[in-house]
Design a protein around this ligand. Structure first.
Ligand SMILES: [Zn+2]
Length: 214
């Protein structure tokens, strides 16, 4: 029998094995999650946080299968974002894994002062675009576009020494992800909107597009 695209599971004794081709909804002791994985990324994203008595907790998680991305790739990406900003446009970069290591990708795209148009490619772990000198909050357009199983990021305040970063994933249910969970770099080199100690309202925002948050 062909597995369903999306399946619906109950965490009776720990996390059940994956079943849906794309992802599963899993009901656990700590709420309802989407659980999804590909060769690069494993995610457990809360859809609704609540106590369900008698079931095992699922816990939110974001795991990079090949480990964190080296800081040299972050620095290279930042150089592209800053160079595009100086030339007057946003730009999108992506990161993939070629079997030996992570690689930066600068896909062909149409750039404009406040927009980019590009075609997402399979095999990307992360898509990240710039918001030039303004904040790194996701726009409504970003939310509509970012519906796949991957990490998405915005980098803003590129005029400042510490750019502002905002990472999340996936499938339209957005789990805020700390920059230090993705990049192997010095946390003080960026202003991370999802840094652990920066996240008092984290639980409230879990399943909300930040742009639509109160
Ligand atoms: Zn944007």
């Amino acid at each position: 029998m062909t597995p369903p695209l999306v399946d619906y599971l109950v965490a009776r004794a720990g996390l059940p094995p994956g079943s849906g081709l794309a992802y599963d909804y899993v009901v656990g002791g700590d709420g309802v999650f989407i659980v999804a994985a590909n060769p690069l990324l494993e995610l457990r994203v809360p859809v609704a946080v609540c106590d369900i008595r008698g079931l095992a907790p699922v816990f939110a998680a974001c795991t990079l299968v090949h480990g964190p991305i080296p800081c040299s790739i972050w620095n290279e990406a930042l150089r592209f974002l800053r160079a595009a900003h100086v030339r007057g446009s946003e730009i999108l970069v992506a990161i993939r894994h070629d079997g030996d290591g992570y690689r930066l990708v600068v896909p062909s795209q149409m750039v404009a002062p406040l927009a980019v148009k590009y075609k997402p490619q399979p095999g990307w772990l992360l898509e990240m675009h710039s918001h030039r000198d303004v904040s790194a909050h996701f726009s409504a357009t970003d939310c509509a576009d970012e519906q796949g199983l991957r990490l998405y990021g915005v980098v803003g305040r590129l005029d400042e020494t510490q750019p502002q970063v905002n990472l999340r994933g996936a499938y339209g249910y957005f789990l805020p992800v700390p920059w230090t969970s993705v990049f192997d770099g010095d946390a003080s080199s960026v202003e991370d909107l999802n840094a652990e100690d920066n996240n008092a309202e984290h639980e409230e925002r879990l399943a909300l597009c930040p742009n639509e948050a109160r």
